[in-house]
Design a protein around this ligand. Structure first.
Ligand SMILES: *Cc1c(COP(=O)(O)O)cnc(C)c1O
Length: 497
């Protein structure tokens, strides 16, 4: 691979394209510089504001620059990275980032991503290391959620892609495969999908993309703990069957994004079994909590699902993007996507050139990235016990936050589940609901812009509230205390303005 450094272009050369190829000297210098940039970034984050909006001048500078006519030096590009990009992260690497469900990346997995890019295989299929590694990683994650070894899996971009993939298999099964040739034009009644009012928006997106239509998505009510009401689910399915509709799938939540609620998964699976409806579980956020004693029982029924969506790029701290989907009926998954007719498949020798059945037969993508390496490295580095301890820590921190909220008359606890705490500031005086909501919105905006801590907001029971989710292995008790202090300071400012 090596050649003389910076050889000048030679017209008609039969060697590598001199414009694009690397020299040994450049490669050594650049990877060393990139390594320091990575180290500097990861270590300096705690001393910086959690978040600052990207400066308008820089955004305008970026958008005004035309596509370069000629190349710049690699060092000039890394200079640009250091000036224009690195100082303005989303915030999720910071120990006081509590927004949405976004974790910091594990260093070993950052390195895994770089090494994967260097190898750059397409993991559509074949008999090379990346294919076997993805099978190994999928096997580990599948056993974590308790599905049998016969289930099929796929690493995907995230739970949104996992949900589309899983519900596409459910749709395939519900139409006896006819959807592939006839679309949704065949079949008697409307295909119908069920989720709770707290189900993630990606379920609706999948239902819309799959041509089922959101008017055929039943939003089932929830109980006091915001868990799907299984009685209401059963009634809805029975009514739909009586009306000649085709109940296709239930998408239950193993940890809602709003409040961390875990639907009664065993009861949902039971209804699905009795009614012949596909049971999908969205375990994007909550799935890894199955490793802890606190949630092992509530999450054990993940193993009964027909399909599961999981997001290693959340609580497992794998760099984005890393999602996973599992489907119990491997043959159905392959039949839903494969364009190799069953009679032409050559599955005899997984150790031949073609390797095991191709991943591209089990999902949307043909060319697929090497996502498995970063996941593999992180799972090897920390193991089940390392992750169990880290997740337990975040659960303890959420408990601490809930106690601080409950112990403070200026705050009100609204909801609490897994590592999510939803709360409101209680402004003095007799503010009506709307004024109180807008005070909480103002507090959220002030905290987000303040740089001391970052959280997001949500609406529960029609009321706006602040929402903190702790999936960050770098967060400490003092970070949680500083979040509360930042909220209280912002509340004082809002009240006096
Ligand atoms: C994040 C999340 C999703 C969506 O997953 P993406 O990885 O963002 O595509 C779905 N459901 C839940 C519960 C989530 O937390």
């Amino acid at each position: 691979m090596t050649r003389e450094p910076d050889r000048p272009p030679v017209a008609g050369s039969s060697g590598p394209a001199p414009e694009l190829d690397w020299s040994l000297a450049e490669l050594e210098r650049l990877t060393a510089r990139a390594a320091s940039l990575v180290t500097e970034h990861l270590t300096s984050i705690p001393d910086r504001p959690v978040f600052q909006p990207y400066p308008r001048e820089l955004a305008e500078e970026l958008l005004a620059e035309p596509m370069p006519r000629y190349g710049a030096s690699s060092d000039a590009i890394l200079d640009d990275f250091a000036r224009l990009i690195e100082p303005y992260p989303f915030g999720n690497g910071h120990p006081r980032f509590f927004g949405w469900v976004n974790s910091p990346p594990l260093p070993i997995a950052v390195i895994g991503d770089a090494l994967a890019a260097a190898m750059n295989p397409s993991v559509a299929g074949g008999n090379h290391a990346a294919v076997w590694l993805e099978h190994q990683v999928l096997g580990w994650l599948r056993s974590m959620v308790g599905l049998p070894a016969s289930a099929a899996g796929l690493l995907v971009s995230g739970a949104s892609a996992a949900t589309v993939t899983a519900l596409a298999v459910a749709r395939h099964v519900a139409t006896n495969g006819a959807v592939r040739s006839d679309g949704l034009q065949s079949g008697p009644g409307a295909l119908t999908v069920y989720t709770s009012e707290e189900g993630h928006s990606c379920i609706r997106k999948a239902v819309e993309l799959l041509g089922i239509g959101s008017s055929n998505l039943r939003l089932i009510g929830t109980d006091a703990d915001r868990r799907l009401d299984v009685g209401a689910l059963e009634v809805a399915i029975a009514d739909d069957l009586a009306a000649g509709r085709r109940p296709m799938a239930v998408a239950a939540s193993a940890g809602t994004v709003n409040s961390g609620a875990i639907d009664p998964l065993a009861a949902v699976a039971d209804v699905c079994r009795r009614r012949g409806v596909w049971c999908h579980v969205d375990a994007a956020y909550g799935g890894p909590a199955i490793l802890t004693d606190r949630f092992a029982t509530a999450l054990a029924p993940l193993g009964e699902a027909d399909s599961v969506a999981l997001d290693p790029h959340k609580w497992l701290s794998i760099p984005i993007e890393a999602g996973a989907v599992f489907v119990r009926d491997a043959a159905a998954m392959r039949d839903a996507f494969s364009l190799v007719p069953a009679y032409l498949r050559t599955d005899e020798d997984p150790h031949g050139v073609g390797g095991p059945p191709w991943f591209s037969e089990y999902g949307l993508q043909q060319t697929r990235g090497f996502r498995a390496l970063k996941v593999w490295m992180a799972l090897k580095r920390y193991g089940v016990e390392g992750y169990r301890a880290a997740i337990d820590r975040t659960l303890d921190l959420a408990e601490h936050l809930a106690q601080r909220v409950e112990g403070d008359p200026r705050l009100a606890l609204v909801a609490r589940g897994l590592s999510i705490v939803c709360f409101r500031v209680r402004p003095d005086g007799s503010l009506d609901r709307e004024a109180e909501d807008s005070a909480n919105r103002a507090v959220l905006d002030a905290v987000q812009r303040g740089g001391e801590a970052f959280l997001s907001g949500t609406v529960l029971d029609g009321r706006f509230c602040l929402r903190a989710c702790i999936v960050n292995f770098r967060t400490t008790r003092s970070d949680v205390d500083r979040l509360v202090d930042a909220v209280l300071a912002a509340a004082r400012d809002v009240a006096s303005s």
